[in-house]
Ligand binder design. Structure first.
Ligand code: SAJ
Length: 421
């Protein structure tokens, strides 16, 4: 029985994973470089928002099944769940994976399972194996050796906002560095996952995760491209998509102000970097989605030309609906650019945050409540489809220009002041 698990990286994935494992009866030793987060967790609190997470953390910490620390400890299973960002040139940055691996190396013992959960370029699990075996020649991955360790990739696939449910219910893909690693790792996930645990090799598991997020990116790019075509042709894209989706084999996703978050806008680059000649579609989709914020900015500027001293209100900063996460948010990028153009006359409403993010601090932007922002503005740019915005009284928008990038105010009645893109 694998009783002790060491989870390295207590962020959006690692912390919920640690909490779920502790809740299932494992003894979990969590590790992070963020001392503030460690102290909060050991107090039964959390530093990120995810529904129900704090309640579970509070309970498992008080029951003694979960504690957090700056340094790893011996364990039966090590899980690496650290960020894998890309560098300025869109090349993957494995610095966190490398430092997390190096941190656990002194604690690894024969028989241990080491699992990389971070979304990673193809070949990363092999790199981890090399780093470990280089520093620990006493260990090996040879089947039937008494000093054998098991190394696998098992990509996380959970949706922010539904993490605790999806960690248990989603199917998982486990790809070991060899057959024995796959089997041992799958046995571990079968102890707490209710979905299927599918077995493959490490490289296929790595590419499967990148493939899932690229699939979504390519399909969102199609919707975004349609939205710009429709804008040219004076057709409402939301009506168009809802009509086309009546076809039994068509399911077009939603256009928006661009693609945000730390996954879908990042992972496709790992494929483009590894196979540039053969990933033209994936690369183009990235470029289409990255161009959408600029398209929105140009639209606002074009409309503002006809209004003397225009005042702009932007609704929403999060990267998607009903969350407080601003990472890689196209809304933040749009607000930043508009603030540098319209200077004094910018209002922003984001009901999920209390202060502006660092990226917007140097601008003269007023963070205010939604109704006040709308009342003050000539042009309203709706950037996030929060439920809160859906409930707004549409009379507030009378006599104003409304650019709706999320289609929440779309209706069949054509309204000259509503621009849906
Ligand atoms: N978006 C659109 N139109 C759509 C759907 C999404 O513009 O029709 C935008 C959102 O507004 C947001 C971005 O795409 O800016 C990403 O949102 P999302 O809800 O599609 O995905 P994430 O980033 O929250 O989570 C994804 C998930 N992957 C897939 O659905 C294939 C999740 O399962 C992964 O675990 C996660 O990435 C990850 O960690 O990789």
């Amino acid at each position: 029985m694998n009783k002790k698990v060491c989870v390295v990286g207590l962020g959006y994935i690692g912390l919920p994973t640690a909490a779920v494992l502790a809740n299932k009866g494992f003894f979990v030793h969590g590790v992070d470089v963020n001392e503030k987060a460690i102290n909060l967790i050991n107090n039964g609190q959390v530093h990120i928002y995810e529904p129900d997470l704090e309640d579970i953390v509070k309970r498992v910490v008080s029951e003694g099944n979960f504690s957090a620390d700056l340094i790893p400890d011996n364990a039966d299973v090590f899980i690496l769940s650290v960020p894998t960002p890309f560098k300025d040139n869109h090349k993957p940055d494995l610095a966190f994976v490398e430092s997390a691996t190096k941190a656990i190396i002194p604690y690894i013992e024969p028989g241990n399972i080491i699992i990389l959960e971070s979304t990673s370029p193809v070949g990363t699990t092999e790199k981890i194996t090399d780093w470990i075996l280089h520093e620990r020649p006493d260990l090996n991955i040879d089947e039937n050796s008494p000093n054998q360790i098991y190394i696998s990739h098992c990509p996380e696939r959970v949706l922010p906002g539904k993490i605790l449910k999806e960690l248990i219910e989603n199917d998982r893909i486990v790809g070991g560095i060899n057959k024995k690693s796959t089997i041992k790792t799958a046995e571990f996930y079968n102890k707490f996952v209710e979905g299927k645990v599918l077995q493959t090799n490490a490289r296929t598991a790595e590419l499967s995760k990148l493939t899932e997020n690229s699939f979504r990116d390519v399909n969102i790019a199609y919707a975004n491209e349609l939205s710009m075509i429709c804008d040219d042709l004076n057709i409402d894209v939301w009506e168009l998509i809802s009509l086309a989706n009546h076809h039994p084999r068509v399911n077009i996703l939603k256009p928006g102000p661009g693609v945000g978050g730390h996954c879908i806008a990042v992972d496709p680059w790992f494929i483009v970097d590894a196979a540039p000649e053969n990933s033209k579609l994936i690369h183009t989709a990235r470029k289409v989605n990255d161009s959408k914020p600029h398209y929105i900015i140009e639209k606002v500027v074009e409309i503002a030309k006809n209004i003397p001293n225009p005042t702009i209100a932007c609704l929403g900063l999060a990267f998607k609906a009903n969350i407080d996460d601003l990472r890689e948010s196209p809304a933040v990028e749009i607000v930043k650019e508009l603030a540098s153009i319209f200077e004094q006359n910018m209002f922003v409403a984001e009901p999920h945050i209390k202060e502006l993010p660092k990226a917007l601090k140097d601008f003269k932007i007023e963070l205010t409540d939604t109704v006040a922002a709308i009342k003050k503005a000539d042009i309203i740019v709706l950037l996030v489809d929060h439920d809160y915005f859906k409930e707004l009284d549409t009379d507030l928008f009378l006599m104003k220009k409304l650019i709706d990038t999320r289609g929440i105010f779309y209706s069949n009645d054509y309204d000259k002041n509503l621009i849906s893109i």
